[in-house]
Write a protein that binds this ligand. Sequence first.
Ligand code: GDP
Ligand code: MG
Length: 442
Amino acid sequence: SLSDRLGTVFDRLRGRGALSEQDVRDAMREVRVALLEADVALPVVRRFIDAVTEKAIGQDVLRSVTPGQQVVKIVDDELVDMLGGTEVEGLTLDAKPPVVIMMVGLQGSGKTTTTAKLGKLLKEKHGKKALMASLDVNRPAAQEQLAVLGEQISVATLPIVQGQQPVDIARRAMDAAKLQAADILLLDTAGRLHVDEALMAEMKAVASVSTPTEVLLVVDSLTGQDAVNVAQSFSGEVPLTGVVLTRMDGDARGGAALSMRYVTGKPIKFAGTGEKLDAIEAFDPKRVAGRILGMGDVVSLVEKAAATINEEDAEAMARKMAKGQFDLDDLRMQLKQMQNMGGLGALAGMMPGMKKAKAALASSDMDDKVLIHMDAIIGSMTAKERANPALLNAKRKKRVAAGSGTQVQEVNKVLKMHQEMARAMKQIKKMGGLKGLGALFG
Ligand code: GDP
Ligand code: MG
């Protein structure tokens, strides 16, 4: 993946005491290939490489004590910049109600799901009263799909009237929103398999009767270069205000995101991270850049943990993380939370320095049963062993395996995982501890 490849390049840079101009150019050549293979658009790659190269060899970076670190920092800064800078851009909601948010994009990009996710978010986090309306008359049952989602999240949807055209539905939705004194009207529009004139004409007509405050282009981040082309076509035709990147939970994250800002000139406002209706995050360039550079997504891990775990536990964990301490009791607590946090794969993906652990997980058919085993293994250790895993010699491991009804091999796996995570925690500490993380929260 992109972050694996960049990780390799940067590990090499970081590991060196001195760097020459040629070293930087060589590294940038590899970065260039990695970006192109990750489907980042060519002009974006060029601009990026030029900017980084210029900064890295133009200043006193190469003569500094830690040139490798500095180059990585330049790359990170530049990535953040490319993804939209340090600001997290939210929705404009302070217009005259009903504030209309229109979703556009190709079929299957995630418009309907995102509409419902935003409905839920606006209701729960912003206390807004929303009305959702589907204008998709092309796909059978598209309107019903939104109605079902609306029911799940208790957000009103416009009653379905068969045979109406999108523009008429939009008008009716405006009236209904006013009548119901809704704060927000979410318009879920139809998509096509490809961008065509009819689709663009429909989007324009709907926009002209509903005068949306936000027009969000929903793109599937897994479609790479296609997503870029789609973004280009739409942004030439309808006045976009932002982009939502869906399926950022997939493996190809990065490439499309990197091009989107440049191609549309509009901020990426949200990232969809799963099929569930709470799987949406404000798009944070810093966070995504970190993820691409293989530093893991520490911030969202902490945030997610804080939302799932009760506050006291989260604080205790955060304190330990800040100190760079992490023992088997902590691991056990985390294992218990994992089921609530989207399972092991999701979690490993967010952890810094967890690449190896993640690969290990992937190859060891880790599932929730394994989580229960791991819990039993840690439970069979003494308090001393949990606080100081180094105590676990072969004899003790055997005892623990017997006590938990597992094999020594599995005990080793738990210890390995703990090591990886402890290392990750240390990394957090290096990054400025929780204060540093706090700053990232913005
Ligand atoms: P639409 O045709 O643009 O309205 O797309 P839908 O909202 O119907 O979504 C198509 C499929 O993508 C559905 O199965 C969704 O559950 C799924 N989906 C949407 N957003 C995400 C996301 O962020 N992550 C994942 N994994 N799936 C998503
Ligand atoms: Mg739809």
